[in-house]
Design a protein around this ligand. Structure first.
Ligand SMILES: Cc1cc2nc3c(=O)[nH]c(=O)nc-3n(C[C@H](O)[C@H](O)[C@H](O)COP(=O)(O)OP(=O)(O)OC[C@H]3O[C@@H](n4cnc5c(N)ncnc54)[C@H](O)[C@@H]3O)c2cc1C
Length: 416
């Protein structure tokens, strides 16, 4: 077996004589640089077992995201026949009894959110009963979370060096010369388009009208591409823009994984942010709100703010939102809600329902950031207290924000 650095965690160390090695593909719907697939494939050969692969339907809150997954899964299903003929596409509400018959070892992509842990706990119960082994593999992060840091980190600046100093240890590639699936090819096309046409202007990527971000986030969510693939493909490129992009892709993204891994309240208002942030919100909870809106107002583009409404159009019709607008959008929901908890709930519900890249560690961390997590205290002001404030004047001053509004109105017309 080729030596690769350790991404494995033995969750249950069983020792039965059963014949199957089963790979639960839950997060990395790809072949190239799929570290879990690689380990399962090597392991079954070495131990003279048979390999099964279960492609597990992702947890989603809407049918649009499931349709997106199924658009790619059929082709991946076909391509996985390079490894075994025993492949199952299984629905989220499957029963383990039918799947775990005669299993010796389970390999599973490591997941970090509550629903991932629930699935792992179900598998664990079964494994203990049947004396099976379970091995989780951290296949979708660059540096395994507990290797990067042994605690919940305070901010990007406290984790940056810890991650960047370990990149060379985890940049090995596996399953490189394989027949890739449709999702993987599209992700690579998207990356190459970014490198060829956008990267040189990435320093202007905050302008929503310029379309200079990579759009890689859905591909990363479904694991069609590994951050290691992206990093290695950019190896020969020099310059600050590349460094800024890698800061987002690796440091910010893996700070999000650090957050959801170490903070079991990552998904709850009470617990997701820091003491100073709760204190400042408490101090400002009774401040007068000039506008009060409900979720339905946002979904029907009924606020007084054309920039916010345009961002909602991007969200609802395209399933995404420009990164700068995500911050602005979530900050406005704070400003226009009668309490912070309600604002947090509404923001997460919209985020995880509409975005193709929703329901990921980035989702919870991005929203928590708007409530001070990984940020710092700013000047005190109404409603926000010391939380960072963003206003429309900033958009008008810095960007061609009207071009963004016009573009989203067209998107709305075309999708009505
Ligand atoms: C309120 C709010 C909600 C968010 N919700 C999500 C979400 O549901 N899903 C999601 O993937 N991201 C979320 N983000 C983070 C970020 O906005 C998106 O990752 C980014 O807009 C995706 O577009 P891109 O791939 O073109 O980004 P690029 O600028 O091309 O960045 C490349 C990759 O780096 C990572 N990245 C970029 N910015 C961040 C960041 N701030 N934090 C963590 N990783 C980052 C992403 O994986 C992204 O695909 C949220 C941010 C905020 C403020």
């Amino acid at each position: 077996m080729m030596e690769i650095n350790n991404r494995n965690n033995v969750v249950v160390d069983g020792s039965n004589n059963n014949s199957k090695v089963i790979y639960f593909m839950t997060k990395a719907f790809r072949i190239q640089n799929n570290y879990t697939l690689y380990q399962a494939n090597e392991f079954y050969k070495q131990h003279k077992k048979v390999l099964n692969i279960c492609m597990v339907e992702p947890c989603e809150l809407n049918s649009r995201n499931l349709d997106y997954y199924y658009e790619y899964s059929e082709d991946l299903f076909d391509k996985l026949h390079q490894f075994t003929n025993d492949i199952k596409l299984i629905k989220r509400n499957f029963t383990l009894e039918n799947i775990l018959d005669d299993v010796h070892t389970i390999f599973i992509d490591k997941g970090y959110l509550k629903f991932d842990l629930d699935l792992l706990n179900q598998l664990k119960e079964y494994a203990f009963k049947e004396n099976m082994t379970i091995i989780e593999v951290e296949t979708n992060v660059f540096v395994p979370v507990t290797t990067a840091s042994d605690k919940e980190e305070y901010a990007a600046r406290t984790i940056r060096k810890k991650i960047n100093s370990k990149l060379n240890d985890f940049s090995d590639e596996v399953l490189k010369d394989v027949d890739m699936s449709k999702g993987e090819k599209e992700a690579l096309d998207c990356l190459n388009d970014f490198i060829d046409n956008k990267l040189k202007k990435y320093d202007e990527h905050n302008d929503p009208s310029k379309h200079l971000t990579s759009n890689l986030s859905p591909y990363l969510k479904y694991g069609f591409i590994s951050p290691v693939t992206i990093y290695n493909l950019m190896e020969d490129i020099k310059g600050d823009n590349k460094e800024d992009f890698l800061e987002e892709l690796i440091v910010r993204r893996e700070l999000a994984y650090n957050f959801v891994y170490y903070n079991s309240n990552y998904h709850k208002f009470d617990g997701m942010t820091d003491k100073w942030a709760y204190q400042t919100m408490k101090n400002h909870k009774d401040d007068e709100r000039e506008y009060l809106y409900k979720k339905e107002d946002y979904e029907n583009f009924k606020t007084h703010d054309p920039y916010f409404n345009a961002a909602m159009m991007e969200m609802i019709y395209l399933g995404k939102m420009h990164s700068y607008m995500r911050m602005y959008w979530a900050k406005k929901i704070i400003e226009w809600s009668s309490d912070y908890k309600e604002a947090y709930k509404t923001t997460l519900e919209l985020n995880n329902h509409y975005f193709y890249d929703g329901l990921t560690p980035n989702s919870y961390t991005g929203v928590a950031w708007c409530y001070g997590k990984h940020d710092r205290a700013w000047f005190e002001r109404d409603i926000f207290g010391k939380l960072r404030y963003m206003n429309a004047n900033g958009l008008i001053r810095k960007f061609d924000i009207d071009a963004y509004v016009e573009e989203m109105k067209k998107v709305k017309e075309e999708n009505k």
